[in-house]
Design a protein around this ligand. Structure first.
Ligand code: FES
Length: 278
């Protein structure tokens, strides 16, 4: 039906067409570059199976250690007694590298991949559909059907979040243990890097939309007779982290790479860890 009202909104149609004159492509471009670097580096590091440990530092990509290949000890691997279930199993397919990281990275990987913020970021930067507000899509224009068919798995985010909470505990334990070498308390640059890593990952996780919903967002009222309850206080804390979710998403993503790289270079003898033990 024809309307006499003026049309508000809309944008130029067509591949990358827009009337915007600002640098709308900078955000998606940086996202593409950083995210691609992360995927390439993480995949490479996870497949190495070596130089992920130097006492008392364990790379976050390899924690927790489920099984350990004993021969990796000579190449920067962890001792077998650090693994939850001991030696790398002989029944494991030989085509897959004997790397403890490949057994666990699916959990934090799934958490990031299905994150509400990252979805927006990589839908824009990788699919370009659309790459930014008021810019024509870079891919074939299709009717948006929500995350129902192809993207149905994105709804698993809340379950990935439960695993992410466990990883905070595991990485927190690693960070704590990084202040002890052979039972001697001390501190090294690696201890600080690992501690910052778990703080950033926890800050990212506590700002998760699913986490915020879990601890209170699903309720209509959290105060009691006008008084603040623990639930309301926790919800406010989660809201603080939630409003900074994008910042913590990027900081924790980059820092976890830095942490692995630092431990890897120390383990290879390329750099020296300044610490109070040596
Ligand atoms: S929404 Fe980003 S981690 Fe859950």
């Amino acid at each position: 039906m024809a309307t006499h009202l003026p049309v508000i909104g809309g944008h130029a149609e067509g591949f990358g067409k827009t009337q915007r004159s600002d640098g709308w492509w900078v955000g998606p471009g940086i996202t593409f570059a950083v995210f691609s670097t992360f995927i390439v580096y993480t995949t490479w590091a996870a497949l190495q199976g070596n130089h992920y440990y130097t006492d008392p530092y364990l790379s976050p990509f390899y924690s927790p250690l489920i099984f350990v290949e004993p021969n990796s000890l000579a190449h920067g691997g962890a001792p077998v007694d650090m693994a939850w279930f001991g030696m790398w199993p002989s029944w494991f397919p030989h085509l897959i590298p004997a790397s403890p990281a490949i057994l666990i990275l699916v959990f934090p990987g799934a958490f990031r991949f299905t994150c509400y913020y990252y979805r927006k970021a990589y839908y824009r930067s990788f699919a370009g559909s659309p790459p930014a507000c008021a810019v024509g899509p870079l891919t074939i224009k299709r009717k948006y059907k929500g995350e129902t068919s192809l993207l149905l798995f994105q709804n698993l985010h809340r379950y990935a979040m439960y695993f992410a909470l466990v990883f905070i505990v595991l990485l927190g334990k690693d960070a704590f243990e990084s202040f002890f070498r052979d039972g001697q308390p001390g501190i090294g640059v690696g201890s600080l890097i690992m501690t910052i890593n778990v703080v950033l990952i926890a800050s990212y996780t506590f700002g998760c939309h699913s986490f915020r919903h879990l601890i209170g967002g699903r309720k209509d009222c959290m105060s009691h007779c006008g008084k603040e309850t623990i639930a309301l206080g926790s919800f406010k804390q989660a809201t603080w982290f939630n409003s900074r979710h994008m910042q913590f998403a990027w900081m924790s993503l980059i820092w976890v790479m830095v942490t692995d790289l630092y431990i890897r270079l120390c383990s290879m003898g390329v750099i020296h860890d300044f610490n109070t033990w040596s």
